[in-house]
Ligand binder design. Sequence first.
Ligand code: NAP
Length: 594
Amino acid sequence: MDDSGVDVEVDELREHYRIEREKRLRADGTAQYRELKDDYEAFDRDPFVDPNFSRDPVVEQSDVVIVGGGFAGMLTAINLAKLGITNVRIVEKAGDFGGTWYWNRYPGCMCDVESYTYLPLLEETGYVPTEKYASASEIFAYCQLLARQFNLYPRALFQTVITSAEWDATANRWLVGTSRGDKLSATYLVTAGGLLHKAKLPGIPGIEHFEGKAFHTSRWDFEYTGGSNTEFMDKLADKRVGIIGTGATGVQAVPQLARAAKELYVFQRTPSAVGVRNNGPTDLEWFNGLAPGWQAERIVNFTHAVTGVKPEKNLVADGWTDVMWVNTQKLPESDQEAAALEQSDFATMESIRDRVDQVVHDPATAAKLKPWYSKNCKRVCFHDEYLPAFNRPNVHLVDTNGLGVERITATGVVVDGVEYPVDCLIFASGFEVTSDLDRRLGFDPVGRDGIALSQRWDQGARTLHGVLSGGFPNLLIISLVQAGFGTNFLHFLSKSTEHVASIIAACQERGIATIEASAEAEEEWLLVLYGAAAGAARYSVDCTPSYYNSEQVYANAKAARNLVYAGSLLDYAGYLERWRETGTMPGALTTQAP
Ligand code: NAP
């Protein structure tokens, strides 16, 4: 019995977690997924643009080319503009700004991180989020508002993919080619793409033979389903719909599909932990009474609360802070502390499992919806309509006992030898997170001496702070590789884009022609990463596979270097700030302009 009154049988739980984990382990790791190309290219079609769009190629010189027009790219441009650098070109594959919020418009899509801390620059734009957890369409509209307010549209090339980027050592410039024949030349290249950008499909046998309607959640076909991100899908009333995937996306889409479809089959491999969301409209009196500086304070307060550093007052006080209040990944200093951390983790997950029993009427269905792993093994979800959806007679949970879908036929989905016929199959199968950066970017930057990033990083990433890399002068990387990470991803992005912009501005001010990381600084940073990773690595060993742990396949040199900074985001931000404050760019190799 722990202090919250939960009866926790440690040995039984450990054993239960172990059994469930083993069911889910598979030797092919991340190779089990398929890219949206070749046979699957049709899945990558952008349903939100005119496919016949064309324009003349652009030939120009700028100070900076930014790859990606999501929040990372936008914030880089905004931070650069604040430092007086506006000769910037943003290249974006999609038809507008927004990144993840451009692509993910599926019904029910929203951000389960509080909008008052997630949406950047609220005090500068004066925008008031309508709800505590804003819908995807509201966030996308906010991206457009930011782009208008900070004059980013004239600097964007949309529906354009970078195909090559090569360092010209004679001119000290990056030469960038695109799918539309553009020839861009820039002093700095900022990669602000590829974070959760590359959708993946499960490599289920027969997937290519399905003859019904099929799409990935990030390419939703509203023509087929009707409705929108926030409106009822009115074309599914006579359709049998299958959805594969019950991660954060599946959890948000299922309630909407449940309301609209004639029959809904939810194919589950690992159940998600689903906590209370408790959304509601913004209290305008409260919002308007917030004192200047409130947002920065709230963002830091939230990150403290979800990394186990309890702030005096928990400002956000939601499901995230409830679940993450104790950092159970911390490296314990004693057996006693280790036991207490494990108890706390068990207690949190027990309460999540209890919630399933309270909400789901059919005990057999409830049993299958319970997650049996530790709380940081997978991303926790928060939703109040997901579990109740399974009480509807038209919703069928098809649990695959950790094995995944067996086969897809021309007409349906096979699990444990039983075929479930469906008219429409939706893949809520997620995105590449830990694959090589050049693969996620879609091009392979070629640095000094003609050496490509994939070559220099063939044994794993080499960076200082995840931002600068040796052999790639004036390349500034915004990515998770060797960089920070946080529950509020926008907190990470605001810190890293601020850093990138300030490096560029400092180089311009000081007449620095080129900047890159020294080999020694890269190795020193790796040691910092290893130091921070100890607690998370110890924790992760017993986890069920997921993209959090590269599907539990670590046995190669690359994986040993392609890690994120596993400590608090605030600590990571501290490294960046202290580095800038030295004023001497320690660990960076620079050359002066002639
Ligand atoms: P995901 O978390 O990677 O989930 C993919 C799902 O597909 C998992 O349930 C996975 O099962 C399942 N799957 C994969 N292969 C399968 C197979 N062969 N058979 C059956 N099931 C299979 O992807 P996501 O849900 O799209 O989320 C991706 C990320 O987007 C999130 O972690 C989050 O960072 C972000 N997101 C955020 C929000 C938000 O509110 N802030 C909302 C949505 C998404 P396993 O679990 O067994 O692998």
